[in-house]
Design a protein around this ligand. Structure first.
Ligand code: ZN
Length: 355
């Protein structure tokens, strides 16, 4: 009798320990969201693992013995799956080289299974990141137009619309420097672009001129020497925002810094110019452009960026016609459509012309 109880315990122990030292891959699931591909492994137990990714292969080494309940169905990107039970290793062989892999575990919670998620893409390129910067905000209202229309509200409305249009109609990801009526220092705006590793930076503004007849869109890229007096005055006005926030940019604009900027940013400036040219081509079709549309000025918001950047003055709040347009949804739509087209063309050009 004693022996048989021992035996029963022994069997229970074996069953229990087997449960502890093994897990089963119950299912392979596949997902795809444009460029991002995903494979999910449903696993009976939580596991720990490490993985090794090489060109066409992912190896997952488990801490416990793994069984395969079901092989994955035929798949366009997976060549095969090999399980080496003795070494607790699962190898996924792909038909194409994979990039940007991200492999992680989602532990069992409410779900029946623990999951290993494998994200990857077939392209080397990550999703393009476009940072859109609605100018001004909060206590900095920007230009005050006819009928007290505020620049900060117009830039925000266009910024939000532009994000939606771009993300609905392209594969690009848009980050807004602000989504609400908040004050942001100029430096914070560029910080956001850097943090997200932006591919391009677009700052949105609306201008003001004492001459009420002046109207049209103008585009600015960075230069230490403003292309004319108006451009210089505009840069001073737009840069003023930082002094409102009690930040002195003088340390960033010393001569030495300027020379460094000039040397390191030449290529970026070249790319910014291309971006501007694509924008002008689109705007030309249906918009009023200021003469000499592309201007150069020392905008602080563009200054510390090693990212192709452009500042768009979408019209003059001091001009009656422009002021109406700047508060008109149709005009916002047109501007955003043009920017989207130009941005697509710019990246096409960039893909062809850079390694
Ligand atoms: Zn502005």
């Amino acid at each position: 009798m004693k022996v048989s109880i021992k035996f029963v315990f022994y069997i229970i122990f074996l069953l229990f320990s087997n449960e502890l030292i093994s897990a089963e891959i119950v299912n392979f699931r596949f997902g795809s969201n444009s460029d991002l591909k995903r494979i999910v492994l449903d696993i009976s137990e939580d596991v720990t693992f490490n993985n090794k990714v090489s060109k066409k292969k992912i190896e997952i080494n488990f801490d416990k013995k793994i069984f395969l309940k079901k092989r994955p169905k035929k798949n366009i990107s997976l060549e095969n799956v090999i399980l080496n039970e003795s070494s607790k290793k699962l190898t996924l062989n792909f038909k194409h080289t994979i990039h940007n892999t991200n492999i992680y575990l989602l532990k069992k919670k409410k779900n029946k299974y623990s999951r290993i998620v494998i994200d990857y893409s077939r392209n080397t390129q990550k999703k393009r990141i476009i940072v859109i910067d609605p100018g001004h905000g909060g206590k900095d209202s920007g230009a005050v137009g006819i009928r007290k229309k505020l620049e900060k509200n117009i830039t925000l409305a266009v910024g939000l619309l532009l994000k939606k249009k771009i993300e609905d109609n392209s594969n690009f990801k848009v980050i807004l420097t602000r989504k609400t009526d908040i004050f942001l220092k100029l430096r914070d705006r560029t910080k956001i672009a850097k943090k997200h590793n932006a591919d391009i930076f677009i700052s949105l503004h609306a201008d003001y001129n004492r001459n009420k007849r002046t109207r049209g869109i103008s585009l600015y890229t960075l230069s230490e020497n403003a292309s004319d007096k108006e451009a210089a005055a505009l840069a001073r006005r737009e840069n003023k925002a930082d002094f409102l926030g009690n930040v002195d940019l003088s340390d960033e604009t010393s001569e030495v810094t300027n020379i460094l900027i000039d040397l390191t940013k030449r290529e970026t400036l070249n790319q910014s110019s291309h971006l501007v040219n694509f924008l002008i081509k689109e705007f030309k079709n249906d918009m009023n452009l200021l003469q000499r549309t592309h201007r150069f000025a020392g905008f602080a918001v563009l200054k510390s960026l090693d990212i192709p950047s452009v500042l768009i003055e979408m019209g003059y709040l001091s001009n009656l016609k422009d002021s109406k347009l700047l508060n008109d949804k149709n005009y916002h739509n047109k501007i955003c459509d043009d920017i989207l087209k130009a941005v697509k063309k710019y990246f096409k050009w960039k893909d062809k012309n850079t390694i």
